[in-house]
Design a protein around this ligand. Structure first.
Ligand SMILES: [Zn+2]
Length: 64
């Protein structure tokens, strides 16, 4: 199972904890620097997410 959690600054630690609990590995996490104009809501509150937690961001690097 692969999932991605979006979170705001405040909830990034919670997102990391949840991800580790669900996936049992440590996730990649990326700051959404280039998400200008795209509103992604935090999974824990109604603020704008600025982090993406999960392994999809780097997945393609390790695949052929
Ligand atoms: Zn939040």
């Amino acid at each position: 199972m692969r999932s991605v959690i979006y979170s705001c600054e405040e909830h990034v630690e919670e997102a990391l904890d949840d991800w580790v609990y669900g996936e049992e590995t440590f996730p990649e996490f990326e700051k959404l620097e280039d998400a200008d104009g795209v509103w992604i809501t935090c999974g824990y509150c109604k603020n704008q997410a600025i982090y993406m937690v999960g392994n999809e961001c780097s997945d393609t690097k390790y695949r052929k």
